[in-house]
Design a protein around this ligand. Sequence first.
Ligand code: SF4
Length: 329
Amino acid sequence: MNLFSYEQASNAAAAIDLAKAGNAPRYLGGGTNLVDLMREDIERPDMLIDITQLPADIEPRSDGSLLIGAAAKNTALAADSYVRSALPLLSRSILAGASAQIRNMATVGGNILQRTRCRYFYDDAAHCNKRHPGDGCDARDGFNRYHAILGASPSCVATHPSDMCVALAALDARLHLKGPIGLRSMPFLDLHRLPGERPDIETDLQPNELITAVEIPPLPFARRSTYRKVRDRASYAFALISVAAAVDIDEAGKVHDARLALGGVAHKPWRALKAEAVLKGAPANVESFRAAAEAELAAAIGLKDNGFKIELAKRTIVAVLDELKGEGA
Ligand code: SF4
């Protein structure tokens, strides 16, 4: 049995002070992933610091940006009227994840920091470099249908499980952080790491650093955006492939600007910058969309069970962009 203490923090400074006193503290939001990991004996904190009293406001600002308190519930963010109209890809990505009950509990900060659902990571009898660096990776030759096709390493082929994070990657979100050394902000795309030789180190957060808010900069053309998730069953399943996209098409029928990110493909939410570069200035048609998809997936490598995801990703990109083109401005 792993004994731990439970503390409640009324603000970020108090949470950080509490964390400094622990040997292996963990911040507790909705607990929808952390508690599972504790039940499986994968996570063994000596202190849980409840941070659900931290700011949960969802604030559209006059410059068109949006500030989201990290304690905001996933349900509240998906249902927010501004998010639904101005950032439909964000609302749809959240609604594509988990179940209504889990979304009611889960916080935005916790969603961002949830850990992979690789089955070998959760199986203490399996070899897993993420649990025990240097132990090996049973997923490489095991059941790897859900595993990575981009950015993987010999050490780890896990994927990041979040849907919401795929939309945040497409939207160029920034994180507001508070830690023992003070305040800072970080591009969301810099938070999660590729596995390399240390898949156990998943983010570039400092020890005891806390995500206090997520900021989404203005992006007017995100009104024409969406999120599509391809999975093995219609609900309560992780993505085989997902695509978050926003596109700005000019009056001449060319792509003026585009944002594209993929889920289910890598150890981190995958911003598709190569595809975006191909799209900008190209005619908004299926040929351009396919060329963009080919460019992004050129470096993809399939494993025993997931090679089909390379073509699936390409087709999903094309289908999503074609759908957005048909929506009009
Ligand atoms: Fe562990 Fe990563 Fe291998 Fe899964 S893919 S068993 S998380 S090292």
